[in-house]
Design a binder for this molecule. Structure first.
Ligand SMILES: Nc1ncnc2c1ncn2[C@@H]1O[C@H](COP(=O)(O)OP(=O)(O)OP(=O)(O)O)[C@@H](O)[C@H]1O
Ligand SMILES: [Mg+2]
Length: 251
């Protein structure tokens, strides 16, 4: 039996083969929910050289060039993690050095590098969220070894099922184990017939609606919960976070 408040660190990856489906948006808002609603010591680790979640959370980030060095073992990830303006939430920022990460990981040929780095964070954090670049990259290989759960945003369409099936068959072809997958509908507009039909086909998948408030995150550079805590969008991300916590508690 685990002691209350003494749970093991869990790693939650926001991942998909497709680009532009809302991964970074989920990463930032779920990290906010973890830190704020669950009062967990939370780290958001931005693994995408595009740095979308870094942009959203770190208005004053100094331009650095060390994100890749964590993987070549010159730098301890704890030294690079920085507090954000949100209590309990630290950020391990992306920078353009991550554009070289694919090559480094390929050359290192150590599939568990990220898992080992995460082991070092056990004492410092309860929850680590990984914002991943799209596609089956070397970074993704590391993530698939390291994560306890994969959150996969799916934009509703007749191809929604296919995009998830493609992911599952890609993971099967790749061999080895992969973490459990939790699909979530992203950018849903219920007035659109195809969206409504997709939601009807998968009534169990959690939903985040298309909302201008979510787009405004890029202007405010904050998670929606931090500037619109009573909004539908904030409630939807909170509900998904609760579902993730429930799933993690089953392990
Ligand atoms: N629920 C939403 N409502 C409105 N706009 C949204 C919503 N979710 C995401 N967006 C917008 O869609 C765009 C893509 O989202 P995001 O960057 O989170 O996707 P991504 O999957 O991380 O993309 P990439 O694959 O490039 O990393 C962003 O401009 C974001 O603001
Ligand atoms: Mg992204």
């Amino acid at each position: 039996m685990s002691m209350p408040g003494k749970s093991k660190m869990k790693t939650i990856a926001i991942y998909s083969l497709k680009g532009g489906v809302g991964k970074s948006t989920f990463a930032v808002n779920l990290a906010w929910a973890s830190a704020t609603l669950s009062a967990r010591r939370t780290l958001l680790w931005d693994l995408d050289p595009q740095g979308a979640s870094t942009y959203l959370l770190a208005p004053e980030a100094e331009a650095r060039d060390s994100a890749r060095a964590v993987f070549s073992r010159d730098v301890d990830p704890r030294e690079l993690a920085r507090p954000t303006t949100i209590p309990n939430l630290d950020l391990l920022a992306a920078d353009t050095s991550l554009y070289g990460l694919e090559r480094l990981l390929f050359e290192l040929s150590k599939k568990k590098r990220l898992s080992k780095l995460l082991d070092n964070l056990e004492k410092s954090y309860d929850r680590v969220l990984l914002d991943c670049p799209p596609g089956l990259t070397e970074t993704a290989e590391q993530v698939l070894h390291a994560a306890d759960i994969l959150i996969v945003p799916v934009v509703p369409s007749p191809l929604a099922r296919k995009s998830l099936d493609d992911l599952v068959s890609t993971l099967v072809q790749r061999g080895g184990k992969h973490p459990p997958i939790l699909p979530v509908f992203s950018m849903v507009d219920r007035r659109r017939k195809l969206h409504a039909a997709a939601l009807e086909a998968y009534p169990d998948w959690p939903v985040v609606g298309y909302a201008s408030l979510v787009e405004q995150m890029g202007v405010k550079r904050l998670p929606v919960g931090a500037f619109a805590s009573q909004s539908t969008a904030a409630a939807q991300f909170a509900a998904i976070w609760s579902a993730i916590e429930r799933r993690l508690a089953q392990d």
